[in-house]
Structure formats: structure tokens, C-alpha cells
Design a protein around this ligand. Sequence first.
Ligand code: ZN
Length: 324
Amino acid sequence: MNAVRLPPNRRPVELIERTFPSANMAIIRGPRPILIDPGFATDAAEVEAHLDRLDLHPRDLQCIALTHYHCDHNGAVEYFQQTYGVPVAAERTEAAAAVDGTLRRMVSRWYVQPAPRYTVDVYLDDGMVLETGGPAVQAVATPGHTVGHLSFVTDEGTLIAGDTFHASDVAPVTPFREGATSLHRLIESIHRLLAIDAPVRRALSGHGPLITAPVEAMEAALERLDTWVAEPERAAWHALKRLGTYNLMLTDGMTERDFTTFLLQAPWFVDYAKHAFDTTPQDFVTSYIAELKRANAVVIDEGVMRPTTPYHPPPPGWLAGDTG
Ligand SMILES: [Zn+2]
């Protein structure tokens, strides 16, 4: 292997933590650098600033590689592809969910989150290795949170785990969008990550701080997910809280009345009411909002419901963007 020439005092793997609603990002440095999960559409300028800080130009990137198709991870892809021609690498079904018009509409409407359109240049399969000339990056199939979710592990011991598990939380599972067995697949995926045949020193998940004890974090996630298998309602409540607060972040809060109207039309809410709780959205909405308040997931601030999790709302009007 050729000697890797990096500027002094520069880490070969840059891990960048972001505030909700955006997701964390990683840059694997080397002669052919890779950027993993550029974040939300409105993060593009910040991504450019990070690249600039590392003396990189977007055109230097070998590719943008994606863990999964959710807009907090892939939103900025379109900008970099259109502006600089950066190639995009994604798993095949993830690519379909982001690229195919009908599938893209289905998923963006279900989550009520606009999905930017881009094309995928490289399909990533389980086990595929991307050489950067610096740390090599291997794709690991970790379905569950989404059907084709990928994690990435570098040969210097960093796991980029997307939304498989977080430092002190687990990823929401949405069986009505990602398949009835999505919880079981997520459990299987975390077992796969635990079985990686290389020392994993640290992990960056899609949200939250750097994880310095990844094995412990994965074991804690598995323990929680196992309780969900025994009590599926807990998985449903977890996903419902994440989806509700996420939609409140995207709109920077709503009045209770507007949120009620929103929920009754939100496909994710309708599906959970009908299929997880065997009731109607109209009958479920009051107890749902009461539970968000009871769990301190939201506060009412001058009549507006806002999530208690810190977040930077995207600019107003962004939601009216490309959902079709
Ligand atoms: Zn996600």
C-alpha cells in the first residue's frame, strides 16, 4: 500500500456532529476522499465550509456515500451532484427509494418530509470496500431502520452507523413503511455490527454525540429492542414520538389545533392509529398529543407546541419544497 500523505495534524476520519433535524456527517480523508451523509438540504453551505476547513473542494470527493434515504441524511446530495458533479454511492433499494419517482413520492409523503431527487452512480453491496488512499471504508448491510440501510466501518476502527443505534437511544422502526419485520431485522443488523472482525474503537451514529464505547452502546440498544419484541406497543410509541417531534422540528412548532389537523392527514399517524392501536386517527389523536406532553417530548411555548430536544429549524418555506 502506498504511503498516505495527509497534511500534519489532520485526522484521517473527520466526524461532524449536528443538531436535529439534521444528521451527523463523516469525511474519510485520503487522496480519494469520501463524504458520508451530507445532511439536510439546507446544510449544503455548512458542508462546503467543513470541506474548505479540511482543504478539500467538493470536486475532490470520490463520492458521497449514503447510509439511507431519509432526508436528514441525503437532503444535500442533490446540491453537490448538480453543482459539482459529485458521484453518489448508495445501496440499491435505498437508491430506488430516492430516485424512482413513484417510490420517492410514496416515502416522502408517508413521512411528510420532502425528498430531493438525485441519481445514484455507484451501487454499494454488503462487504464492498471503497479505497480512499487513506483509511479504507467497508459497507456493512444493516437493514431495519430502512430496508437497505448501510453502515460503514473504516480500517482505522471507526464505525459510521447511520440510524442503527444511537449513544443513548435506538433508531425508530417503522414497520408500515420499512416492512413488517423491520424490528427483527434491526436486531439482526446490530448483531452483525457486533460481530465485525476488526476492532471498532468508536462509532458515529446518525444523531447524538460520538460513541466512545460502541460495544456497550450496541448491547444497550439490543436490550431495549428485545423488550420491544416482547411488547410491540413500546416500539410503536417510540416511533410515534420520534415522528411527531421530527415533524414539529421541520415546521418549528405548530399550535395544538394545527398539529391535530396535520396528524389526521399524516400517513404515518393514520397507519399507526389503525394498525398498531386498532383505532381511528380521530380517536387516537387526543391521547397521542397528551402522551407527547406527559413524556415531556414537547412543551407549549406561547401557544405553540415545540419539541424539547434541541434543534435548529430549517428556513420557513422549506417544507413546501420538492415532495413530488
Ligand atoms: Zn433515518
